[in-house]
Design a protein around this ligand. Sequence first.
Ligand SMILES: Cc1ncc(COP(=O)(O)O)c(C=O)c1O
Length: 385
Amino acid sequence: MAFDFIHAGLQEKQEAGYLRERVCIEYEKDAIICINGEHYLNFASNDYLGMRQHHGVLQSWVEGLAQFGGGSGASPLVTGYTQAHCALESYLEEHLQREAVLLFNSGFAANQAICQALLKSDVQVFVDRYMHASFLDGVMAGKAKFKRYNHNDKQQLSSLLAASSGDKLVATEGIFSMDGDAAPVRDMAEMCRQHDAWLMLDDAHGFGVFGDNGLGTVEQYQLSQQDAPLVMGTFGKAVGTAGAFVAGSQSLVEYLINHARHYIYSTSIPASQAVATLFSLTAISTGNERERLKSNIAFFREQVQQHGFDILPSESAIQPLIIGDPNKAMAFSAQLRQRGIWVPAIRYPTVPKGSDRLRITLSAQHVEKDISVLVDALALARDSV
Ligand SMILES: Cc1ncc(COP(=O)(O)O)c(C=O)c1O
């Protein structure tokens, strides 16, 4: 039979405990989600600041719809590039202190575009072992020579850079999506400068949260365009909308406009989405959401450690609890569900084999009582898994 591998592939996943399934959210308010008629406290969202439900973000989105209509109607090089897209790019250029910014439909598309347009066969790429699939897949699909260095291993990276020549790109996340820890970006920028390499920063999970105005790792560590010539950030997580951007030099952005197929051959994000994204960024810079998130992170870490859990050293909203076995992680997650807590198990291949985990994410929308309920449920689940 044709495409026999589909059935076999699904069976293989099922037997190994790695079959993925979706859940349909019926209703959502603040940190509560409703699934199959049951309500849960949501500790699984990347909406770290609660901006998805921010009144001003929703209102500006509606105003954007009234002004620009529904979809953008064309790719950006045809008629899909409006004043709203331009204003969002300008805000990012000014605040990130970059010459130019380009918007993409998603972080996945932006990472793929970077790889497709820039990673020629004579480029050497050094990628953190924990780098997101959207970048790794892009590198692997291309012709560039690449090596994965051990997670945040500056020494190994330094030796690799010293032994290489030609155009070099070092790719890291600002805040790692599954571990929540930060890359040593200042040291990495210095190392790249010494070896004439470009630092590429995927700040999907730092953007919106860190820095004086919430502009992420670049702002927090004052990384200039020279320090990090290539920055990618997403709007679908802390900013609460969707889409992504690449920031860098004027020539880099012009090159992408002319070579990045994900940009050229795709309908641009709706203008209303750009309006809401810009509103969200300005609201984040003046609001208290980041402070609330920070105190929730501190409270969670204190509580969970008091209950004897070994937790990874993360100062971000991502607080993983390593379980180490896919079936046990699923059972742990199911136990939490029975107690009204939604935390999915994240398993191989999203994370390395043997590091299957609960990926707990905190938000400014949680209150301390929510977090206490979570920690109590974790302790009870531990005793029964
Ligand atoms: C580190 C990282 N980069 C890129 C992406 C892709 O971004 P988007 O969801 O906007 O496609 C994600 C999404 O999970 C991510 O975690």
